[in-house]
Design a protein around this ligand. Structure first.
Ligand SMILES: Cc1ncc(COP(=O)(O)O)c(C=O)c1O
Length: 392
């Protein structure tokens, strides 16, 4: 559990480190973009995978009761949610699960509500499924974000029926990527009430559910079994095993679950055998490792927030969860191209342009890296920003 130790990830088919040239047009920049962590997963997972690999046969596999028990216990311990093992459907990831659900539970031309600034594949997965994106933008008050419930109500029930045939689905991001909100129970209850009132299904992407700095994560489907919903979790992000591809859909309603399962069987199937092996080890033996990781990330978060206070014209939104820093550069008064050029070509740091998420003037930084790497990235950004005033 040495999170300070630098790990060379180059040459491992690693998207974050090996694809810089492809995505940014140069490979001499510090990668702080893709949302995975720059450390090894837990020893328990590595050992479980080694054992399984040693066995040597990799024929068709199938999840079983052991996996269900591991999920039920993790969800019970970590989120205080008692679930029936019957509610679980395994998939090969969260985005694929969302795509399958959007195609299964809405009709062509229906509207799907999302809350920008938000994980940008939500836009394309909705549009590529022949549905329309309806934006219920989060409200920013200059320091943090909250939901706009009046607007949400109007999006659930659009008055202009040329706008949409029907709003059938909302994709919730909880905790929220990129703004780092951990939605309170009260906020989630208000979403439940509106979804019930307007018969909207809620797909809750909870990929960051294990990354909570304070308080507890509330799974959306734990609030009410009346509301039509599914909660999507995974150990993939939490244990840095996203390359293995896995997702866990928790769906209390039997009819909804069966329809989702049928669509899953045709389109994405179950996770592969190594993913199942890693998931079981993560959920059975991962608590201590996960807690240590959160402690380390909390230190990184505090370090970054303090550091950024001294960068003129830059503000970071304090994340309540995730390992993402949503940085507001609007104080610099730059156009998007200029800002991108500053960060990439002057600071030589690869961040994700906030406008992709629907947040112009912002950038997203991943701080799941050794503290020295974080310091290096922040110092590079500070130098580039400070040089702006000395240039002028
Ligand atoms: C909010 C959110 N959902 C989904 C994903 C991707 O999930 P998967 O790799 O399981 O498709 C990410 C990855 O960064 C994410 O941040």
């Amino acid at each position: 559990m040495d999170f300070d130790k630098k790990l060379d990830r180059e040459g491992t088919y690693c998207a974050k480190w090996d694809c810089l040239e492809e995505y940014f047009g140069r490979d001499d920049v510090l990668p702080m973009w893709v949302a995975d962590s720059d450390w090894k997963t837990s020893e328990a997972i590595i050992e479980a995978l080694q054992e399984r690999v040693k066995h040597g046969a990799f024929g068709y596999s199938k999840s079983c009761e052991d996996h269900d028990d591991a999920v039920v216990d993790w969800v019970g311990r970590r989120y205080d949610w008692n679930i029936d093992p019957e509610w679980i459907v395994y998939t090969n990831g969260i985005t694929s699960s969302l795509s399958v659900a959007v195609r299964t539970f809405s009709d062509l031309g229906d509207s799907v509500v999302i809350q920008p600034p938000v994980y940008f594949p939500f836009f394309s997965l909705v549009e590529n499924s022949g549905r329309r994106v309806l934006e219920n933008r989060l409200k920013y008050d200059g320091s943090g974000y909250r939901m706009d419930f009046d607007d949400l109500r109007s999006k659930f029930c659009p008055e202009d029926d040329r706008l949409a045939d029907r709003t059938s689905i909302m994709i919730l991001c909880s905790p929220h990527n990129p703004v780092g909100r951990v939605w309170s129970r009260d906020e989630l209850e208000r979403v439940v009430d509106l979804a019930l009132e307007h018969d909207v299904m809620v797909l809750s992407d909870e990929i960051f559910s294990d990354y909570i700095f304070e308080g507890k994560h509330t799974p959306f489907s734990s609030i009410s079994e009346e509301v039509n919903s599914m909660t999507l979790i995974t150990p993939a992000k939490s244990f840095n095993i996203a390359g293995l591809k896995m997702g866990v859909a928790i769906i209390p309603d039997e009819g909804v679950r069966k329809r989702f399962q049928n669509a899953r069987d045709l389109l994405v199937k179950e996770p592969n055998v190594l993913a199942l092996t890693a998931m079981k080890a993560a959920y059975e033996e991962g608590d201590e490792w996960m807690d240590a990781q959160i402690d380390y990330l909390d230190g990184n978060k505090e370090y970054a927030l303090e550091f950024i206070e001294d960068i003129p014209g830059v503000h970071a939104v304090e994340p309540e969860g995730t390992f993402l820093l949503w940085m507001d550069f609007s104080g610099l008064g730059m156009e998007a191209d200029e800002l991108n050029d500053l960060i990439l070509n002057e600071a030589k740091v690869a961040l994700i342009d906030g406008s992709k998420f629907g947040g112009d003037g912002f950038m997203r930084m991943n701080f799941a890296c050794p503290r020295d790497t974080l310091k290096e990235g922040l110092e590079r950004i500070k130098r580039a920003v400070v040089s702006l005033s000395s240039d002028s």
